[in-house]
Design a protein around this ligand. Structure first.
Ligand code: S3P
Length: 432
């Protein structure tokens, strides 16, 4: 592989289908009576795990002529699977489906790979226990997990203090099979695709934001309508190309059909503050989600930025690639309160720090704040990247080659398939 430090990004790019929405469309489509059809589904390994598990639970899902067809059944009618459910690497699949299982009167055993087995589950089960579901976990927090769903689920009021869309969505999915009104108070605004999709399905849901809180009310008195859904492009995948283009003066790319949901585009605001020349065009609303085309035409070097704690949930998955931008931006960047980053597919905060250091970047962590002292000079590079098979760490430090004198060494890049199987193909098409 040649060094990428004298390259730019140029051309038109269509990001793959959004992963968060793809999980939800498979799960919610399975809860709607009748036939749903989905185009542009993310075919990442994570989403394919959701498809596989929902099939084990009785959903009829087929891929016909590139479209996913789902024949759903009403909430509360999942089948008891013959075998354990294996979620591979996917935190979103397991946490969301745990919500669904908690109000289905069946017994299931849930397992995952090494990374998923070290991630906390109690953050979800502590809420779902209240409904009457029974959970058995290793050390009360980790996989393997056995669930006996509640036979008589009661509607409750919830307060969710950890900023996590997975926890919120698990509670929302559990509510689909309770009789009555469920309310949720969320302490910070996390991605709201479950809310928006339920509204698209004509479900009785209200959600609003007031000060820093989000309030959700679900009234379980209507069936879910089936869906005919086209999944928009994934901003978390596009973030790699958009950031790479912003790093190099002269880059010019057009990103078509990208999800532009306010809870997902924090990274665009951060890059703009850093001096990225980004324009948003053709904003439109499809299936209650905002979609847009993004133009990047980079004309100057980036400068540092401060990302406040309350801005982190809107760019939680983009911090690894933004840390690369910060390394090449003049001045001290601070990403505040990255505690949630320590419980992702890997301890991302630690891996970002260690790999940046190895690459020759001046950085440190203080109380979960990540400080990066950047400049517009090429870094030494040549670092053997520690990625612990975390897809976003691999993609970020591959792009870091654009700001290094020597290529970094990344052994086994296959884990990119977790979220973005065609990452290298798409990147190579744009690099000029
Ligand atoms: C996701 C929520 C986020 C995010 C993950 C996808 C989702 O996780 O990091 O990649 O689709 O709900 P948390 O809810 O743990 O923050």
């Amino acid at each position: 592989m040649s060094v990428l430090n004298n390259k730019k990004l140029k051309g038109v790019y269509m990001p793959p289908g959004d992963k968060s929405i793809s999980h939800r469309v498979i799960i919610l489509g399975s809860q709607a009576v009748g036939k749903s059809s989905v185009t542009n589904l993310s075919e990442s390994e994570d989403v394919l795990n959701t498809v596989k598990v929902m099939k084990q639970l009785g959903s009829n899902i087929k891929k016909i002529d590139g479209k996913y067809i789902i024949f759903g059944l009403p909430p509360g009618t999942l089948f008891e699977p013959k075998k354990e459910l294996n979620f591979g690497n996917s935190g979103t699949s397991i946490r969301l489906i745990t919500g669904l299982l908690s109000t289905n009167n069946i017994k299931t055993k849930l397992v995952g790979d090494k990374s998923l087995s070290s991630r906390p589950m109690k953050r979800v089960t502590e809420h779902l226990k209240r409904i009457g579901a029974v959970f058995i976990l290793k050390k009360n927090n980790f996989l393997p997990m056995t669930i006996k769903g509640s036979a008589n689920p009661i509607p409750l009021n919830y307060e969710i203090s950890i900023p996590s869309a997975q926890i919120k969505s698990a509670v929302m999915l559990s509510a689909l099979n309770t009789l009555g009104k469920v309310t949720i108070k969320e302490f910070s605004s996390t991605r709201d695709h479950t809310e928006r999709m339920l509204k698209t399905m004509n479900y009785n849901i209200l959600f609003k934001e007031k000060k820093e809180f989000r309030y959700i009310t679900m009234n379980n008195d209507k069936e879910l309508n089936s869906l005919n859904y086209k999944v928009a492009g994934d901003p978390s995948s596009a973030a790699f190309m958009i950031t790479a283009a912003s790093l190099k003066i002269g880059s010019k790319i057009k990103v078509k059909n990208m999800l532009y949901n306010p809870t997902r585009i924090g990274f665009l605001l951060t890059l703009k503050k850093m001096g990225a020349n980004i324009e948003i065009k053709n904003k439109r609303i499809v299936h209650n989600e905002v979609i847009a085309d993004i133009f990047v035409h980079q004309k100057k070097q980036l400068k540092s930025v401060i990302v406040e704690a309350n801005e982190v949930p809107q760019q939680i998955d983009e911090i690894p690639i933004l840390s690369i931008a910060a390394s090449f931006a003049k001045g001290e960047t601070i990403f505040k309160d990255l505690k949630e980053l320590t419980v992702k597919e890997s301890n991302r905060l630690d891996l970002i720090y260690q790999n940046l250091k190895k690459m020759g970047v001046d950085c440190f962590i203080k109380n979960y704040d990540l400080h990066i002292i950047g400049n517009n000079n090429l870094k030494a590079g040549g670092a053997k990247i520690i990625h612990n098979f975390d897809h976003r760490i691999v993609m970020s430090f591959y792009i870091a080659n654009m700001i290094c004198s020597k290529n970094n060494i990344i052994i086994d890049k296959s884990c990119v398939k977790t979220s973005y199987p065609q990452f290298f193909k798409d990147f190579n098409t744009l690099i000029k």
